[in-house]
Design a protein around this ligand. Structure first.
Ligand SMILES: Cc1ncc(COP(=O)(O)O)c(C=O)c1O
Length: 395
């Protein structure tokens, strides 16, 4: 039985899948089980920032696997200590305490719990079109109805306000509010960067009203937007920073960093068996070293600008808007994105949806200009076809 049939037989069906079995990767290229080559503009939903088969991370994993793979948080560990120190060093100043976990959703769960514990208040204000994960707490902050509705009732005291709208936020904050939780660039919600005025006003408003600011940089972190963290573009310092995806160089990991306004974190109030395991910590250290050695944030800024300029040369009535920050790029169409994503796959380019109408490009930051040009040419070709009535599995 081939891979696709075998996986289909045992999968729950909860994750829609493309008819493609990927078995190998290198840099920004993936290969299927028939040896066909694809340009990867997904990086596994934003994980593989440093490229597939990265030599730093492969070497670190092998070395650490021979030394010590797992260790509970009850003991100190050299790799964990170094990884925490490194995260605190590269994060905005003051975010010096780190809780390590295994995913973006877990990073957000910890943030919600820490915010409630530190303030003694229950309220979390998130934003329309925001995405923060699918566990019950993170899901309560996520906006999209189709993710939320089957699981209601969700966690109480969560509300959603319009994104990029300071007045809406100002009105929503009340004496039950613990924190405001936002993405600096909304990813799943359609690749929507917030305005600099909003982000600047946001921090001042949170401080003035005595609520905590939680930034979810699970998708935007580690160079994706052209700076190490998207908040660096705006000199924004949150009270809590949620990290995931690229943090472990491909190994599952999440992190929640907290600043000086987050106090009263009680012992035993939170935990995670695998959180801060030496293997993930070693992989993370290697991944961050690679990002720094190769100045990937700068590469993302330059390549992102080139890619967006190239996409803007496409003259198609199907394009509503092209937007993004660094190598986080969205092409909003006037119709559904799914048939065009399927056509791109036929062109051997893998890209993502973001909402119903946006083609989202999150390539590894090591992608070459030539590969980006090939991806843009493929976009141009698929937009010439009339696919508006075509069906696709990912809708
Ligand atoms: C902004 C943001 N937060 C949280 C998450 C959840 O991360 P994970 O899927 O690792 O739980 C995601 C995943 O796409 C995300 O984009």
């Amino acid at each position: 039985m081939d891979t696709i049939e075998l996986e289909k037989r045992h999968a729950t069906g909860v994750v829609p899948q493309r008819e493609l079995a990927i078995v190998r990767g290198d840099g920004a290229v993936l290969w299927d089980d028939h040896g066909n080559e694809y340009i990867d503009c997904m990086s596994g939903h934003g994980v593989a920032i440093i490229g597939h088969n990265n030599p730093y991370v492969a070497e670190a994993i092998c070395q650490q696997a021979r030394q010590l793979i797992s260790l509970s948080g009850s003991f100190y560990n050299d790799q964990r200590a170094k990884a925490m120190a490194k995260l605190a060093e590269i994060a905005p100043e003051g975010l010096s305490r780190v809780f390590l976990s295994n995913s973006g959703a877990e990073a957000v769960e910890a943030a919600i719990k820490f915010a409630r514990m530190a303030t003694g208040k229950p309220g979390i204000i998130a934003t329309m079109r925001g995405f923060h994960g699918r566990t019950m707490g993170a899901l309560s902050a996520t906006w999209e109805k189709k993710y939320r509705q089957p699981f209601e009732p969700l966690v109480p005291e969560f509300s959603h306000v319009a994104y990029d709208n300071l007045n809406a936020l100002q009105e929503a904050i009340n004496d039950k509010t613990a924190a405001v939780l936002i993405e600096v660039v909304q990813g799943e919600g359609g690749v929507r960067p917030a305005s600099p005025e909003y982000l600047k006003g946001l921090q001042a408003l949170c401080q003035e009203r005595g609520v905590l600011l939680i930034l979810d940089e699970v998708q935007t972190g580690f160079g994706r937007t052209g700076k190490m963290f998207a908040c660096n573009h705006y000199d924004l310092t949150p009270d809590i920073l949620c990290l995931g995806k690229a943090i472990g160089g491909g190994v599952p990991m999440g992190a929640t960093l907290i600043g000086p306004r987050v106090q009263n974190i009680l012992p035993m109030s939170h935990g995670s068996t695998f959180g801060g395991n030496p293997l993930a910590a070693a992989a993370s250290l290697a991944a961050i070293r690679y990002i720094e050695d190769h100045d990937l944030p700068r590469q993302a800024a330059e390549k992102g600008q080139h890619f967006m300029e190239r996409l803007r040369q496409i003259s198609s009535p199907k394009i509503r808007e092209i937007r993004g920050l660094g190598l986080m790029v969205g092409v909003e169409l006037r119709s559904k994105a799914a048939p065009y994503l399927a056509a791109l796959m036929q062109e051997r380019v893998l890209a993502l949806p973001a909402g119903r109408t946006v083609l989202r490009f999150l390539p590894p930051l090591v992608i070459s200009i030539e590969q980006l040009d090939r991806a843009a040419e493929a976009v141009e070709r698929v937009l010439q076809a009339d696919l508006d009535s075509a069906q696709s599995d990912e809708e």
